[in-house]
Design a protein around this ligand. Structure first.
Ligand code: 13P
Length: 251
């Protein structure tokens, strides 16, 4: 069974005890009701990883993820964190190429490609985030942008590394944190295109999960995850409160 991923990206929010408390409230609140075809992934800040990991440890269907890492096992990279350190803190997943890393921190596709391959070969499941800006959408360049981000981001994947642990998140930049969700047609079109690209690039079209992110809320999540080629959601603002995120997980 391919499980849907319901992911909470807490970005640079929460102290470690707030993060632990929110994760616990979600786990305890949902209890036995977590549908068997869904898994939950928490992406707290680095300082809270270990504590959140311990608080969900042993809970079926709940996982921990890192928001970012540097593509080296160790070394003189002040301020960075390695995939091995993420795994050591309990992470099964990591994000690569989130819109804020691309547009605020200036990360480029070739660096992201290195992260994808290094993360996968370090036994992390990688969620590669892609998405167009509002200007690119207005210029009718959505498919061109998604194709380029996928092609470049995945170009280092070879036969030695399985794409089985790869997940793509479609997060249109204009829908992140704005309250403006992509329409169902926008999502269907983008996800159908991504699915086709994955088949062309990696010959693994159906196995790779494709998530939607961008102003997902408790009241729009059910419609979004029911769409063709949508294998889960990556949630920012609405994942910060346990009650709101739990309603999303159960939508
Ligand atoms: P919002 O849900 O706040 O729009 O953020 C989406 C996001 O960036 C998740 O990674």
């Amino acid at each position: 069974m391919i499980k849907k991923i319901m992911a909470a990206n807490w970005k640079m929010h929460k102290t470690w005890d707030e993060a632990v408390q929110t994760a616990r409230e979600v786990v305890v609140g949902i209890g036995e009701d977590l549908p068997p075809d869904r898994e939950v992934v928490f992406f707290p800040s680095g300082t809270a990883l270990k504590a959140v990991g311990e608080s969900i440890n042993g809970q079926n269907g709940y996982f921990l993820g890192g928001q970012n890492f540097y593509p080296a096992a160790q070394g003189a990279y002040t301020g960075e964190i390695s995939p091995l350190q993420l795994a050591d803190a309990g992470c099964a997943y990591a994000l690569v190429g989130h819109s804020e890393r691309r547009h605020v921190l200036g990360e480029k596709d070739d660096f992201l490609a290195e992260k994808v391959i290094f993360g996968l070969s370090s036994n992390l499941k990688i969620i590669l985030c892609i998405g167009e800006t509002i200007d690119q959408r207005r210029q009718d360049r959505v498919e061109g942008v998604l194709a380029a981000q996928l092609q470049k981001g995945l170009e280092k994947i070879d036969q030695n590394v399985s794409a089985h642990d790869l997940v793509i998140a479609y997060e249109p930049v204009w829908a992140i944190g704005t309250g403006e969700t992509a329409t169902e047609d926008d999502i269907l079109q983008a996800h159908g295109f991504i699915r086709k690209m994955l088949k062309d690039l990696l010959n693994q079209g159906q196995e790779i999960r494709v998530l939607y992110g961008g102003s997902v809320k408790p009241d729009n999540c059910a419609r979004i995850i029911a769409l063709d080629n949508v294998d889960g959601v990556l949630v920012g603002g609405a994942s910060l409160k346990a009650d709101s995120f739990s309603r999303i997980v159960l939508a």
